[in-house]
Design a protein around this ligand. Structure first.
Ligand code: SAM
Length: 247
């Protein structure tokens, strides 16, 4: 089988993505540490620091962490806010959410999180219900990115914040070649070592390559109605943090 998104019709893409995360759920966080050498933690902390929710009276700061998987981002947001943020972790994959819900029982503020199974393209939440929408390493897996962005815009309150953390296109000469070798020759074997299967990781590498570059992705965010759209390159643009506001 060939998982490259170029050869996979849009309707089948979600099924492949679901297989990947169904298989790796219990070892997902270990895989992240191995494959990024722990750097994903720095990128995630960067996103959470940027969010920096401001207290506004007694009202909780409500965050939707979409494609939130095992709840890693949610835990960081809640801890950073000292339990003042309330995070809804939403994901299409019940296995990932299950691992997260189990883990959340031993968090510092276990009452501040809920887990809701949903597709980013079609959210079961009311209009204008969140102060922020975050999505980390999730949007490139969504077959119709435009739909996910317009749903993000719909569920945000006016003044609400969008933050998207995603792999990007390395733009540092030399690093691009090393990164490419690493992606093709180290990621799939590491995946096989930990999960017994290399193929899903070839698909993940492919999905990173196919993701739009920062300028193109920023234009998509603007097309969904967001204002003051920005992006910061992280680690030589291996990843990028995209931001926007619903004004
Ligand atoms: N945000 C977490 C993190 O940074 O550790 C998890 C990221 S993981 C690489 C990608 C997640 O996207 C998976 O949990 C997967 O189930 C989820 N996902 C894929 N397609 C989705 C969709 N259409 N709607 C919601 N979640 C989706």
């Amino acid at each position: 089988t060939h998982f490259g998104t170029r050869t996979v019709p849009l309707e089948d893409k979600q099924g492949l993505v679901n297989d990947v995360f169904f298989k790796v759920a219990s070892r997902y966080d270990l895989m992240n540490d191995l494959m990024s050498g722990g750097i994903h933690r720095i990128w995630k902390d960067h996103m959470v620091a940027r969010l920096a929710p401001q207290r506004n009276g007694a009202r909780p700061y409500k965050v939707l962490d979409m494609a939130g998987g095992t709840g890693d981002i949610a835990m960081r947001i809640i801890n950073q806010s000292h339990g003042f943020a309330q995070v809804t972790v939403s994901d299409i994959n019940a296995n990932m959410l299950g691992v997260g819900a189990e883990r959340a029982k031993s968090w510092r503020y276990p009452g501040q999180v809920e887990f809701v199974e949903a597709n980013a393209e079609d959210l079961p939440f009311e209009d204008k219900s969140f102060d922020a929408y975050t999505i980390a390493f999730g949007i490139r897996n969504v077959p119709r990115i435009e739909k996910a962005l317009s749903e993000a815009h719909r569920v945000l309150k006016r003044g609400g914040r969008l933050l998207v953390l995603e792999f990007s296109s390395v733009d540092v000469p030399g690093l691009d070649a090393v990164y490419s070798l690493f992606s093709d020759h180290l990621i799939p074997p590491m995946g096989r070592m930990v999960t017994g299967d290399a193929e899903p990781y070839r698909y993940l590498v492919e999905s990173i390559r196919n993701f739009p570059d920062p300028a193109k992705f920023s234009a998509m965010i603007e097309a969904a109605g967001f204002k003051r759209v920005t992006h910061d390159a992280l680690s030589g643009n291996i990843a990028a943090l995209h931001g926007g506001w619903k004004l």
